[in-house]
Design a protein around this ligand. Structure first.
Ligand code: ADP
Ligand code: GLC
Length: 491
């Protein structure tokens, strides 16, 4: 198939969270399965990684979009991802994308409207004939909308192109005031409930959901959850109306990047048979690096995260006194809400022998934490998929998670039964309260104290298959349905 994949971020070029990992790994997995894949990204020239120098060649066609009163021009910089043969198209528009923070700016609606128009124009200008265009999250919600409102008629190569829209996080909807509508470049008549409007406002995620031929989200449990009021962030009725076109497909792990046998960010490599010594060496290094007492006998809990309510920092806050009273170490890496950045800093000041806090975004440290920690905390209030609980299992680090979304689908909680049948890989708690989290941490300490059980948990996690191949095959099925669905009117 020919597939055009549109995302606002992808590693190693740009990343704020899991979308960046997925937007690199899934196109790569699809290309490995023989598909012709084009990845379209905004060109974030200021965060272009040094090891990717020089910057892409300044050649390629110009793109123009009429956004209300403004005619905006950019350029498509084309190349090929050397590792996997994916065609890479960078949309260069310095006024929109040459910024330090990826999503900085009051003009986000216009920026991503321009990007979405550029995705359509990429197909026209590069003469692509995609079977499917796959858009991701609100930033590209207008891509299915543009296809459904005239692009298929205007651009002959898109006449039979299906659209797939993936929800990575329904909490971020690209919600803008109605005055932003002209900036989308779409006719004002599309500011209606069948198209872009939602409760009097513009909602780009809703537009993607309603107008795509097929909708996916990143785990089966989250696909169920977002159809309920508790998890739908207001869009549950829209998802219920679309449920026969909604599929939950788990993300995978890119074993080229996240692999303890070859991770270039680690000094000590290990596999399932050498995990005990390998992890001990990484743990000692991590403790030294972070200024924690170097102790083998104390369990070290890691956490790498955007610091928001989603990720359970309110529970960490409420449980902090009890956590600090334990004979355990914690290391936090993250950025986000001021309140939570201060929280982890304060904990580290109060108990420097137990807590290390790094406020910032640090890819190398993230890898070292995955390798050097014994357990990994992921007490999310909601989690569409979550990647770190899977990375943790691959790295022999036992995840401690709230039973929700993708965490419920990827971690098997230790019980008598799951320990006996060899499926247990982590600790899972039910109640989203400080007590729920503390129960889970106490369980973890008990399991850690029994070395045989602990090694079994580590082994079970490390031998699970989290590779992308199975998920890529499921996307193929959805792509086929989307392409077949073009003949039918979007519902
Ligand atoms: P989300 O996309 O909701 O943030 P995921 O678990 O899907 O959560 O993915 C988060 C990704 O971002 C992981 O690869 C994680 O290691 C990475 N990450 C998050 N915060 C940081 C940080 N401060 N430094 C380095 N990597 C981070
Ligand atoms: C989102 C979700 C996360 C998911 C990631 C990639 O940011 O919060 O759970 O793993 O997207 O799909």
């Amino acid at each position: 198939m020919q597939i055009v994949f549109a995302s606002s971020e992808a590693v190693p070029y740009s990343k704020t969270g899991g979308l960046g990992d997925v937007a690199a790994a899934l196109p790569s997995a699809l290309a490995a399965r023989g598909h012709d894949v084009t990845l379209v990204l905004p060109y974030h020239s200021l965060v272009w990684p040094e090891h990717r120098l020089p910057h892409p060649e300044r050649s390629g066609p110009f793109v123009t979009a009429d956004l209300g009163e403004r005619r905006v021009t950019g350029q498509l910089l084309t190349s090929v991802v050397p590792e996997n043969g994916v065609r890479l198209v960078l949309v260069d528009q310095p006024a929109y994308f040459a910024r330090r923070g990826l999503y900085d700016g009051a003009d986000n609606c216009e920026r991503y409207a321009f990007f979405s128009h550029a995705v359509i124009e990429t197909c026209r200008l590069l003469g692509l004939n995609p079977d499917v265009v796959h858009a991701n999250d609100w930033q590209t919600g207008l891509v299915p909308a543009l296809l459904a409102t005239g692009a298929r008629e205007r651009v002959p190569n898109l006449a039979g192109t299906g659209s797939v829209f993936t929800i990575h996080n329904i909490a971020f909807q690209g919600d803008f005031p109605p005055e932003a509508m002209p900036g989308t470049g779409l006719d004002g008549r599309y500011f209606s409930w069948e198209y872009l409007e939602f409760f009097g406002r513009l909602n780009l995620l809703k537009a993607g959901v309603v107008l795509a031929n097929e909708v996916t989200t990143v785990s089966p449990t989250y696909a169920d959850e977002i159809r309920t009021e508790r998890f739908g962030h207001g869009l549950d009725p829209v998802l219920r109306a679309k449920e026969d076109r909604l599929t939950g497909i788990l993300n995978g792990v890119d074993l080229g990047t996240w692999n303890p046998t070859s991770d270039p960010m680690l000094d000590h490599h290990y596999d399932v048979d050498s995990a005990s010594e390998g992890k001990a060496a990484n743990k000692r290094e991590l403790q030294t690096l972070l200024g924690l007492p170097v102790r083998d006998d104390v369990p070290l809990f890691g956490m790498i995260s955007r610091m928001t309510d989603q990720k359970g920092f309110d529970l960490i806050r409420d449980a902090s006194a009890a956590l600090l009273s334990l004979d355990a170490q914690f290391c936090f890496l993250g950025t986000g809400a001021e309140e939570f950045e201060q929280l982890v800093r304060r904990l580290a000041e109060r108990a420097p022998e137990k807590v290390a806090a790094t406020v910032g975004f640090d890819e190398a440290l993230a890898h070292r934490i995955e390798a050097g920690s014994d357990a990994y905390l992921m007490p999310s209030s909601f989690e569409p998929c979550g990647l770190n609980q899977m990375y943790s299992q691959v790295y022999g680090t036992v995840p401690v998670v709230h039973r929700v979304g993708g965490l419920a689908d990827t971690v098997v909680g230790a019980t008598e039964e799951s320990l006996a049948d060899g499926t247990a890989t982590g600790v899972v708690f039910e109640h989203y309260t400080a007590d729920g989290l503390l129960w889970a941490v106490h369980q973890t300490l008990k399991l850690f104290a029994d070395r045989t059980t602990w090694s079994r948990l580590v082994r079970n996690g490390m031998t699970r298959d989290f590779s992308w191949a199975a998920s890529a095959a499921k996307y193929e099925t959805v792509y086929e349905r989307a392409a077949a669905g073009v003949a039918e009117p979007a519902s």
